[in-house]
Design a protein around this ligand. Sequence first.
Ligand code: PAP
Length: 332
Amino acid sequence: MPTCQTSPQIPPQYLREDELSEECKQWLLTLPKERGWLASHIYNYQGFWTSPRLIQGVIACQQQFQAQDSDIILVTTPKSGTTWLKALLFALINRLLHPIFEQNHPLLVKNPHDLVPFLELKLYIDGQVPNFLSFNTPRLLSTHLPFASLPKSVQDSRNKLVYLCRNPRDTFISLFHFTNSLRIENMGTNSIEEMLDLFCKGVSIYGPFWNHMLDYWKGSIEKPKKVLFLMYEEIKEQPKFQLKRLAEFLECPFSIEEENCGVVDEILRMCSFENLSHLEVNINGKLSSGEENKAFFHKGAVEDWKNYFNIEMSEKLDHIIEQKFQGSGLRF
Ligand code: PAP
């Protein structure tokens, strides 16, 4: 399993727990904890699992973020294709400002996570008030927060939420690889069996995964103009149809001229795994939090889980999926 090149003496920022605020340290003392996938422990805050470093960003974002009606917020379960949808959203929303055929398009030189920042994971992570003055309108933001834990202003305003999830089997495999790749040398690697045990108990970052998906699924049914529910596999299967659906939901549909000029196809090509994963910035670049950009591009395949699960593992997760999603209308 590949490991990060950073020296074990100086952990990368995403592993640091020594710079937490007093408020955050006090919170941690009171919260249930379990073995972590990356940090030593994860904590249950407001019914979902999160790492010590993230709690600080979550609390600050919940207390301070003021949503605007025009905001577009991408919400995802971790490892469901966030990077991909950030790229698609950025290209779609900014296609007048940055025509997709432009030679120096921002997606060619920046990682999608730098173009569409996470609220709790980036903008509020250090407990500081972010400067939104440099943002274009509509503001394009993202979060992994569960529906019930969104900042109140997001719940109350008329902004749009684009939700993305993925088959839990592939989400699990992707998370398993991602967290192992970010563990530094002296931490060793997690075994797939141990991690599947935790995943099935709901103990994964922002999990339980079923609560995350079901709450947004319900939200999309109750408020179809506010929440669009997308699935990774559906975008893979019908990319053009789903991109046009997204554009219509965001009230910026493609014109016939744009379609005829190949704008839809070019956005899909620009944001494809093949294209993004081969760009210099995504091969050698890093996020400000220390993760290597290449960690966000693994295989980008559907049903990769079949290469890892034995029958017992498969049955174990099948059972949870059946039990938790029964009667919801969601099938995986
Ligand atoms: P995050 O939640 O930490 O931001 P996220 O982008 O959701 O991560 O997940 C990464 C997954 O999306 C990886 O899947 P894999 O581990 O099964 O390979 C990654 O390969 C995949 N991915 C990244 N970019 C694209 C893309 N352009 N098209 C399709 N899949 C992609």
